[in-house]
Design a protein around this ligand. Structure first.
Ligand SMILES: NC(=O)c1ccc[n+]([C@@H]2O[C@H](COP(=O)([O-])OP(=O)(O)OC[C@H]3O[C@@H](n4cnc5c(N)ncnc54)[C@H](OP(=O)(O)O)[C@@H]3O)[C@@H](O)[C@H]2O)c1
Length: 345
């Protein structure tokens, strides 16, 4: 089959121009009992792909060297079992999903329980390739870790609110919370997150962290109560203030550490007297059973809102996969404000 390969070794400094479509890559792995082979129609780009290209991403066990964790495509073949209990999939079905690696290819072999069935909807079949990584991550943070269905939050704070995951978080949080706060890096992004809030009928307060202290704004707006859920990607710079703005029995979900990973001089008292829970998480290295549960939660609680067009998943640019090098360069230029996708011919 054809697949995206590197002309040189994946190591620090390996440029995007090293990516190319290899016409004679290895054939897709034969599907096991509960697996399917999917003909990839489109794949989404993620920051970790750039890190992997540069040999900076520790691959989970069993991950192939080929890049790519999200795709849309058509089921072409199943493993020895034609039917699997509960998945209702047939050959020829349009699907989308996450995979531990290998989505930058003509075919990918994947657990059939990780596949979500695509149906005609407000999100096109091209664009759905950019949904799994960000939306499954946001579903994981709010549903599986913060438990928003069991314990509805009054208020949620989303850091990096205009990031891909932030955009998904704000929209999902709108189903559960009365008030959402979102930190962003510019006045334009403040406007963006507030209008995103309006589009889903939610009260979103954008806070530009360059000119305002989010802890002061939130404490003033909530009469000192704070927020029930914080979803953080920033780490070091926000750790103390996250604890400060968390309400009693608040939940802080940590998904990235973009400002650094070491914190000194933290007051631990509030952890006890506010009975806070702080939990970090990753997605790609999670066991298959967990990822299946996550996909099922997404399919039940979130997908209907994307399908109906209530939730939006902005796509910034679509490339042919023969220009995958240009797509990586574009992501690295930080100009995008939505997903970057590649179409596989
Ligand atoms: N743990 C997991 O399971 C998981 C899964 C997927 C993604 N992630 C992580 O989630 C993060 C968001 O991913 P994405 O694809 O949605 O990113 P993205 O769309 O590329 O957006 C990242 C945004 O974060 C903000 N930012 C960067 N450095 C910052 C800093 N030091 N302080 C404050 N804000 C900062 C910037 O926005 P502003 O201009 O507003 O500052 C930037 O545009 C990434 O770090 C990614 O690695 C984690």
């Amino acid at each position: 089959m054809r697949a995206v390969d590197l002309k040189v070794k994946a190591e620090i400094g390996t440029p995007a121009s090293a990516l190319y479509v290899n016409e004679h890559a290895a054939e897709p792995r034969d599907p096991g009992e509960d697996e399917a082979v999917v003909r990839v129609h489109a794949f989404g780009l993620n920051r970790m792909d750039i890190m992997q290209r540069q040999g900076q991403y520790p691959l989970p066990p069993g991950a192939p060297a080929t890049l790519g964790v999200e795709f849309a495509g058509t089921v072409v073949r199943f493993g020895p079992k034609k039917h699997c209990h509960g998945d209702h999939l047939e050959e020829g079905d349009k699907v989308f999903g996450l995979v531990v690696g290998g989505a930058y290819a003509e075919y990918v072999t994947v657990s059939r329980f990780l596949l979500a069935k695509y149906a005609d909807s407000a999100v096109s079949f091209d664009d759905i390739a950019g949904v799994p990584e960000t939306w499954f991550t946001a579903t994981q943070a709010l549903h599986m870790i913060a438990g928003v269905e069991e314990k509805r939050p009054q208020s949620v704070l989303v850091h990096a609110g205009a990031s891909g995951v932030g955009i998904a978080l704000i929209q999902i949080a709108s189903l559960y919370a009365d008030e959402i706060f979102a930190t962003v890096g510019s006045p334009e992004k403040v406007q963006f997150v507030q209008s995103l809030g309006k589009s889903v009928g939610a009260k979103v307060t954008g806070i530009c962290y360059r000119t305002e202290d989010f802890a002061d704004v939130i404490k003033a707006a909530t009469n000192g109560r704070g927020v029930d859920v914080v979803v953080d990607f920033v780490g070091k710079d926000y750790f103390t203030r996250n604890i400060d703005v968390a309400a009693v029995e608040g939940r802080i979900v940590m998904l990235s550490l973009m400002s650094g990973r070491e914190v000194y001089g933290v007051q631990l008292g509030p952890l006890l007297y506010k009975r806070l829970r702080i939990e970090g998480s990753t997605l790609r290295a999670r066991p298959l059973e967990y990822q299946i549960r996550l996909k099922d939660t997404f399919t039940r609680a979130v997908w209907p809102h994307l399908q109906s067009g209530k939730f939006k998943n902005p796509v910034d640019k679509v490339f042919s996969w023969h220009q995958v090098d240009k797509a990586h360069e574009y992501m690295e230029s930080n100009q995008s404000t939505g997903k970057i996708l590649c179409l596989v011919d």
